[in-house]
Design a protein around this ligand. Structure first.
Ligand SMILES: *[C@@H]1O[C@H](CO)[C@@H](O)[C@H](O)[C@H]1NC(C)=O
Ligand SMILES: *[C@@H]1O[C@H](CO)[C@@H](O)[C@H](O)[C@H]1NC(C)=O
Ligand SMILES: *[C@@H]1O[C@H](CO)[C@@H](O)[C@H](O)[C@H]1NC(C)=O
Ligand SMILES: *[C@@H]1O[C@H](CO)[C@@H](O)[C@H](O)[C@H]1NC(C)=O
Ligand SMILES: *[C@@H]1O[C@H](CO)[C@@H](O)[C@H](O)[C@H]1NC(C)=O
Ligand SMILES: *[C@@H]1O[C@H](CO)[C@@H](O)[C@H](O)[C@H]1NC(C)=O
Ligand SMILES: *[C@@H]1O[C@H](CO)[C@@H](O)[C@H](O)[C@H]1NC(C)=O
Ligand SMILES: *[C@@H]1O[C@H](CO)[C@@H](O)[C@H](O)[C@H]1NC(C)=O
Ligand SMILES: *[C@@H]1O[C@H](CO)[C@@H](O)[C@H](O)[C@H]1NC(C)=O
Length: 444
């Protein structure tokens, strides 16, 4: 069974996966041209997902116990070259800054971001530099360098990630279209099995179970998908041995469409399937190579249950949407704060059946947004996220109190129930149960 499951997972993953890797761009603060070129004990860096449109921005600050500097914080640093002999050469366009270097201590930590491709490396590099020699004509300074294990020199750190809507895109012919495109590129895409061309599932009629002859054919997710987008906020701070704060927030919009279809031409016995992973989609990582990596993934798990034997055809479903939801959690004490989940919008789809006996059927979809966070190559490491468990339940019952005129009439009821859960590492916590939503009922 286990092997079968894995096989199925791999099989489905191959169909959908779309991964891209992109990283943040180091930002140089404007108006830093006249700032003195002095190392301090605060080594900070600013990074943006996009320089010409809304996107996530990241700020990192390391308190070092010797002097340190990030040349990207100064507009006049024009070039950084790392020679094979360990010589690091900075080219500066500000003469005063060149003079400042004479007063530097003998050992300074330098952060060289990936954009300089130092020694051919495409990740952030740290070195201890010293023995400066200045060439006034070329406006260059050479340092000798030693390797630097930056974690040895850090007393405390803080890392922040936030969504910045204020960055305006460069004007293009069709401004609105451009804005939307940029938004879509920089937000976390919550589409699972959604085909934007047809507006419905890219994998219609996927089975809730595998290998169980009649059942797998008879109970399918006819049109199941999620769509939406989200933005992420993060704050992580601490000392080398103690994470004092790790707070994550996720804001966004999400719709879950669940349309279940039963078509059992022969009687199937009651059953319940284990959780099956339908798909896992790794998304574009939010990262600054060597400083932090936040790898999001979307996972869709499904299961189904039939409470008594049944024969017949049944179609039901609906859509549940959460607009402008906000989720915040402390990864340390696991306290959560959510808004926007209490009043979901629902759309009920057509209910139809020819089932003649009392039965209970449910199909559950669990879309999950998982975030894998690593700061400074594992100094801080968390796997966290949220999961919505949406269960479409269908009960058909005969008798009193069903609301049908005749006592022997079959009453079919379709409901959508949901739970919002949060997880960090192996800790799981249900945080919200949506009110049960009535998708409609029928008297047969
Ligand atoms: C400065 O030069 C001395 C002597 O060559 C060397 O031992 C030392 O490692 C250098 N300092 C740095 C930070 O590279
Ligand atoms: C800096 O180093 C380069 C070679 O890496 C050398 O050509 C240049 O003369 C050096 N400049 C100074 C001021 O030492
Ligand atoms: C601070 O600097 C010393 C060397 O001067 C080093 O041994 C120590 O590990 C450093 N780090 C911290 C966090 O104090
Ligand atoms: C870690 O940080 C927390 C919160 O600041 C503090 O209460 C705790 O004493 C610290 N633990 C250690 C081992 O420093
Ligand atoms: C942790 O960080 C969050 C987000 O920046 C902040 O709202 C909260 O007050 C911080 N908590 C503590 C205990 O510092
Ligand atoms: C959610 O939708 C609202 C309005 O449709 C929009 O203003 C907001 O930016 C969206 N949020 C995200 C994270 O996409
Ligand atoms: C599956 O269908 C066959 C006939 O097609 C039947 O003999 C068998 O009992 C069914 N199995 C289950 C588990 O319903
Ligand atoms: C929960 O979040 C809302 C908005 O996101 C905020 O106004 C409120 O203060 C937060 N509550 C707590 C206890 O943090
Ligand atoms: C239906 O309910 C009424 C009162 O609640 C009871 O008198 C009657 O016997 C019930 N009929 C059946 C078929 O259970």
């Amino acid at each position: 069974m286990f092997k079968l499951l894995i096989y199925h997972i791999l099989l489905t993953i191959c169909i959908v996966v779309a991964v891209t890797s992109a990283s943040f761009i180091a930002k140089t603060p404007q108006n830093s041209f006249n700032q003195p070129f002095h190392p301090t004990t605060k080594l900070s860096g600013s990074y943006a997902q996009s320089i010409n449109g809304p996107g996530h921005v990241a700020n990192i600050e390391l308190n070092t116990n010797i002097s340190s500097i990030n040349p990207d914080s100064f507009e006049y640093v024009q070039n950084i070259q790392c020679g094979q002999d360990g010589i690091i050469t900075l080219t500066l366009s500000n003469e005063a800054a060149l003079h400042d270097i004479l007063n530097w201590p003998s050992k300074v930590i330098i952060l060289i971001s990936d954009k300089w491709k130092c020694s051919g490396q495409s990740t952030t590099q740290f070195y201890l530099i010293g023995n400066q020699s200045i060439d006034k004509i070329k406006k260059q300074v050479n340092f000798t360098s030693e390797p630097c294990e930056v974690l040895k020199w850090i007393e405390s750190y803080s890392f922040d990630l936030a969504w910045d809507q204020s960055i305006k895109p460069i004007k293009k012919q069709n401004k609105n279209l451009y804005l939307r495109d940029l938004d879509q590129q920089t937000k976390i895409d919550l589409d699972i099995l959604f085909d934007s061309k047809t507006g419905s599932s890219s994998k219609p009629n996927f089975k809730f179970s595998i290998g169980q002859a009649n059942i797998s054919e008879s109970l399918v997710c006819k049109n199941c998908f999620t769509k939406g987008s989200a933005t992420i906020g993060l704050h992580v701070s601490g000392t080398l041995f103690n994470i004092t704060n790790a707070t994550i927030s996720i804001s966004g919009n999400l719709s879950i469409n669940v349309d279940v279809s039963v078509s059992a031409s022969v009687t199937i016995q009651k059953f319940s399937t284990p959780d099956i992973q339908i798909v896992e989609i790794p998304l574009t990582a939010l990262n600054v190579p060597g400083l932090f990596n936040l790898g999001p993934a979307l996972i869709l798990v499904a299961n189904a249950k039939v409470a008594s034997s049944l024969t017949g055809i049944l179609n039901t479903g609906g859509e549940i949407s959460f607009n402008n939801f906000q989720f915040q959690a402390s990864l340390i004490d696991k306290k959560t704060n959510v808004t926007g989940f209490d009043k979901p919008q629902i759309k009920s789809h057509k209910l139809s059946t020819d089932i003649k006996a009392s039965v209970g059927i449910s199909g559950t979809l669990k879309p999950q947004l998982a975030l894998d966070l690593s700061v400074l190559n594992g100094l801080v490491q968390f796997k966290t996220g949220i999961q919505i468990e949406s269960t479409l339940g269908i009960t058909a019952s005969i008798g009193n109190g069903t609301g049908c005129k005749k006592n022997n009439q079959l009453n079919l009821k379709s409901t959508l129930d949901g739970d919002l859960g949060f997880f960090v590492q192996s800790f799981k916590k249900p945080i919200f149960t949506f009110p049960s939503l009535d998708l409609g009922s029928l008297c047969l």
